[in-house]
Design a binder for this molecule. Structure first.
Ligand code: UDP
Length: 330
């Protein structure tokens, strides 16, 4: 398939680009490089530097390339920033996505795999999360993602857009060959922060909240290896047909606490990784983990990284080889 991948230079996008290419697809990446890294994709992969705000560029690309499908990652991802500057998120994550959908409608492209988030569920009171639970997104980031899920459904009704929304849980780890991995600036995610402590780049990791109603008092999350997540995109794309609508939780179903994760990282790295207990981080939900049976049953998807040790070890391999991420000058 000829596939447009927006945001293909980001963390999940770049791993998915590799997986798509390895499965024989012809990929063109569109990325504005605001947060993405050109070096995260192979030189041989088609690349256009540009923004979804640019409708002229989109028209030119769709006219010239005759895409069969779109995998849409391009979006801002910092939840905290979305609370401070919601319009920035509504502009980029909603309005610019509408430009993309408009181009798809105009040029008759009827397949999209969309990066959604488990944050659309809000603060649910039942766990694990199934796709049928009501959605009640809290942050502007999550609301914008949910708004696009509605837009996809309406486009499905109106012009037979086929779509799969993957509601991501916590993407983690790095490519098994150690060549690409996670590099956010500033970094706010737990695993890279823990590994930065092991590398001596930070003195300690803060455990945000130790008084939650969870077995050890810290938050529970569902960590899914980024290559398994990439594989889910490929599988979702390959079975998708115009007119279909599919929504899947993209998680493993295994809850891991912050304390457990730090302990695993100590084992993997052999570093003491000092941790200090802090108050709760604003906006954090005590527990979030998937019932992942729908994606397994429908797509035949299985995580290959079943053990957290292996997920953390793959991230450790990347961080050791690239202590400054993609940018050696940083
Ligand atoms: N967390 C933490 N210390 C950190 C960063 C994160 O204790 O320095 C916790 C955070 O409160 C959450 C979990 O680790 O419970 C995962 O956070 P992350 O930001 O990686 O992903 P999120 O679940 O917020 O998308």
């Amino acid at each position: 398939m000829k596939v447009l991948v927006t945001g293909g230079c980001g963390y999940i996008g770049s791993h998915t680009v590799r997986a798509l290419v390895n499965s024989g697809h012809d990929v063109l990446v569109l990325d504005n490089l605001v947060n993405g890294h050109r070096r995260a994709i192979d030189e041989n992969v088609g690349f256009v530097a540009g923004d979804l705000e640019d409708r002229t560029l989109l028209a030119e690309l769709f006219e010239a390339e005759k895409f069969d499908a779109v995998v849409h990652f391009a979006a801002f991802i910092e939840v905290g920033e979305s609370v401070i500057d919601p319009l920035k998120f509504y502009q980029n994550n909603i309005s610019n996505t509408l430009n993309l959908l408009q181009a798809m409608q105009t040029y008759g492209v009827k397949k999209m795999v969309f990066s959604s988030t488990c944050a659309v569920y809000g603060t649910p009171d039942t766990m694990p999360l199934t796709e049928e639970l009501p959605c009640n997104p809290v942050s502007p980031y999550a609301r914008a993602k949910y708004a696009i899920e509605w837009a996809l459904e309406d486009c499905n009704t109106a012009w037979e857009l086929g779509y799969t929304a993957l509601r991501y849980f916590n993407a983690a780890g790095a490519a098994s060959d150690g060549k690409i991995g996670e590099d956010h600036s500033p970094e706010s995610h737990l695993i890279p922060i823990v590994l930065q402590v092991a590398l001596g780049q930070r003195e300690q990791v803060k455990i945000f909240g130790t008084d939650y109603d969870t077995p050890d008092g810290s938050c529970l999350r569902d960590y899914i290896h980024v290559e398994d997540l990439a594989d889910a995109h490929v599988k979702a794309l390959e079975v998708l047909a115009p007119g279909q609508k599919r929504i899947y939780n993209a998680g493993t179903g295994t809850p891991t606490s912050v304390r457990e994760l730090i302990e695993v990282a100590r084992k993997v790295t052999g570093h003491a990784i000092p941790a200090v207990e802090e108050g709760r981080r604003a906006g954090d939900v005590p527990e979030l983990y998937a019932n992942a049976s729908k994606i397994r049953d429908d797509l035949g998807w299985q995580p290959r990284y079943a053990k957290l040790e292996d997920i953390v070890a793959s991230a450790w391999k990347w961080h050791q080889a690239h202590p400054k991420g993609y940018d050696d000058r940083r």
